[in-house]
Write a protein that binds this ligand. Structure first.
Ligand SMILES: [Zn+2]
Length: 631
């Protein structure tokens, strides 16, 4: 229960997608935008002086907690007081951290802001060291004593879940001597991840390619995706695909050796802490059963029929005998539409109406009161995210470029912000932060509602085809693709845990086996297809993480079906359960929270909701393509 920067960072819910190409002229700029379209950071602090005053306050609180050192177990009051002070420190720390962080996000050129940001990081470092005794001392108090204290004093209620968790996770904490020994190896076992970053970002050199129209393009992840998505010349796409993936191919043995190093280090750590597998070690902090993981990868692999149906359909539209990897991303429709920010707001408001009046009112407030920094500007951070500040409100960063992709991103980030708002309003600080396992449910849910709303509304066939395709691509990217990755990670790590080392050959073989079960013979094989493990940063840095994109997508699809179908009474019940989930923050293990909302993540039926959704979208797409004479 020391200050954990990573907990603060957890509330930063980033949306990373490849920059969607702007197909229309310049979008509005931040400099010209009215104040309501920029963050009102005065909601956190009116001035840097107020920020400094809180920094002083935390210093005083930290001094107060020091007076309790060696005395936590002496009485129920002492422990309670330490928890209360700790909570106050954490609450203020969020504000202290978020104020300079958000200021920097909208203008990284401001040196004053940058220096405050560095100051707060240094301060947290000191604070962490000064309070590092708190958790180890707490767990020396017998669990039964603490449970008695909790039961006999209502003031302990906000801390019950956290304290229970503390004792549950203690089982895998070693003696202080052993922990010390392990800590000596921390930097060394982390080295392969850093080597990956250097090789895959700093040292990577993509070539220039010449396209069929004679133009030369420098390949980057952005231009590569632009070519494979929009360039109608098949040779250009093949050229881009081979040259881009060829860069990874050239370093394949090095990537394999690094991945082997990462997985071996993780397995050593899991064994040292008496876990049966690294999967168990990874899922333990949120108490997620390993069955949830296995259910996902098995059910996804057994239900690829609609995926193959989609690729067969693409084959017909593109009029090719064999579908190649470089044909997979090409847009089937060239429909383009511009959405002003005002239009985007209205569309989202209408699309999210199934979530009820209470949600709608909060949404309206979020979109009108300096919660969203809308437009791109000089010195402003790229991408999009939602950051919650307890006791204030969430802030959304956008770089809105008027494309459909960005309307969807806004709905996504608003999903996070509404989740945060409802959690913060209904939970004490200690239980307000939700886990990453449930985080993407709220955002995916909103994206699905938006897509369905737009599809039902349009009367333009090309627009409908475009919307259906975008929804399908989103579903495949979030669910099937991530399930494939999760499958790969599980198989590769299992090999390591059985004592079999990994190399480029074995990794390619695992990947090829998965491709075979997902694509059959519908998408042709090629020498570059099964090298994707060299490109997915998560395998090297965010271990056993990607599966959550797929489980969240499935949970959202399942909930959306319940809320939008059945009798009025059934819909209302499902909605209330969903809102309860959003209001529950982190007051229980995520699997239990979802169960209360009517979603059992160990049940294959939940995963199959995605199959139902994809089949429904494909039925519509097929009908529209037929009517348009494209198939
Ligand atoms: Zn997100």
């Amino acid at each position: 229960m020391t200050i954990k920067i990573q907990n603060i960072l957890m509330s930063l819910l980033l949306t990373t997608s490849f920059a969607a190409p702007t197909c229309f002229g310049q979008s509005p700029n931040r400099a010209d935008a009215p104040a309501e379209m920029k963050w009102n950071l005065a909601d956190i602090y009116p001035s840097w002086d107020a920020w400094k005053a809180d920094l002083q306050k935390v210093t005083t609180l930290a001094d107060e907690i020091q007076t309790l050192q060696g005395k936590l177990g002496q009485s129920s009051d002492n422990l309670l007081r330490s928890l209360q002070i700790n909570e106050e420190i954490n609450k203020l720390s969020y504000k202290l951290y978020c104020y300079p962080t958000l200021s920097r996000s909208v203008d990284s050129r401001n040196q004053e802001t940058n220096s405050y940001f560095m100051q707060v990081l240094g301060f947290f470092q000191q604070l962490g060291t000064a309070t590092s005794w708190v958790t180890p001392e707490m767990v020396t108090i017998p669990e039964s004593t603490v449970m008695k204290w909790i039961d006999s004093n209502k003031a302990y209620a906000p801390y019950r879940f956290g304290l229970t968790e503390l004792y549950r996770t203690q089982k895998h904490v070693l003696s202080s001597d052993q922990e010390k020994l392990l800590s000596y190896f921390g930097l060394a076992t982390g080295a392969p991840s850093n080597i990956y970053t250097e090789l895959a970002t700093s040292d990577i050199k993509f070539p220039d390619i010449t396209l069929s129209d004679g133009s030369t393009v420098k390949l980057t992840p952005g231009t590569y995706h632009q070519i494979t998505q929009f360039n109608k010349n098949r040779e250009d796409r093949r050229n881009a695909y081979e040259r881009y993936n060829g860069v990874y191919m050239a370093n394949l043995n090095t990537f394999a050796a690094i991945l082997n190093g990462v997985f071996q280090g993780d397995w050593a750590g899991a064994q040292a802490r008496n876990y049966e597998s690294f999967l168990q070690a990874s899922l333990d902090p949120d108490d997620i059963p390993t069955d949830v993981y296995l259910n996902l990868i098995n059910t996804a692999r057994e239900n690829t029929a609609p995926l193959l149906r989609y690729y067969e359909l693409r084959k017909k539209v593109l009029k090719v005998d064999t579908l190649q990897s470089w044909d997979n991303a090409l847009n089937l429709s060239s429909f383009e539409k511009k959405y002003s920010y005002d239009e985007a707001r209205n569309i989202i408001k209408e699309a999210l109406k199934p979530l009820g009046k209470e949600y709608g009112a909060k949404l309206e407030k979020a979109m009108a009161n300096g919660w969203i920094d809308v437009y791109e500007g000089e010195g402003k951070e790229q991408g999009a995210y939602s950051m919650g500040v307890y006791g204030v409100h969430p802030f959304i960063l956008m770089n809105y470029n008027e494309t459909l992709d960005h309307v969807s991103t806004l709905a996504h980030e608003l999903g996070h912000s509404m989740h945060t708002t409802l959690s913060h309003e209904n939970q004490p600080f200690s239980n307000a932060a939700y886990s990453s396992f449930v985080a993407e449910v709220a955002s995916n849910f909103n994206e699905d509602l938006l897509a369905d709303y737009l599809m039902n509304k349009t009367t333009n066939r090309e627009e409908k085809i475009n919307l259906l395709e975008q929804s399908i691509v989103q579903l495949i990217g979030s669910f099937y693709r991530q399930s494939q990755f999760a499958d790969f990670e599980y198989q590769a790590r299992t090999m390591v845990e059985k004592g079999e080392g990994l190399n480029a050959g074995t990794l390619k073989a695992i990947s090829a086996g998965i491709s075979k079960s997902y694509y059959g013979d519908v998408v042709a094989d090629n020498p570059y297809r099964d090298l994707v493990w060299a490109q997915v940063m998560h395998f090297y840095q965010m271990k056993y993480y990607v599966y959550q994109y797929a489980t969240s997508y499935a949970a959202a699809a399942h909930l959306e079906q319940k809320i939008t179908s059945g009798t009025a009474k059934e819909k209302e019940e499902a909605l209330q359960k969903y809102l309860t989930l959003l209001k529950s923050g982190g007051n229980d293990h995520p699997i239990e929270q979802l169960k209360k909302a009517g979603v059992d993540m160990t049940n294959p039926e939940v995963i199959k909701s995605v199959v139902t959704r994809l089949n429904r979208l494909l039925d519509q797409l097929e009908a529209e393509l037929k009517a348009a004479g494209k198939i």
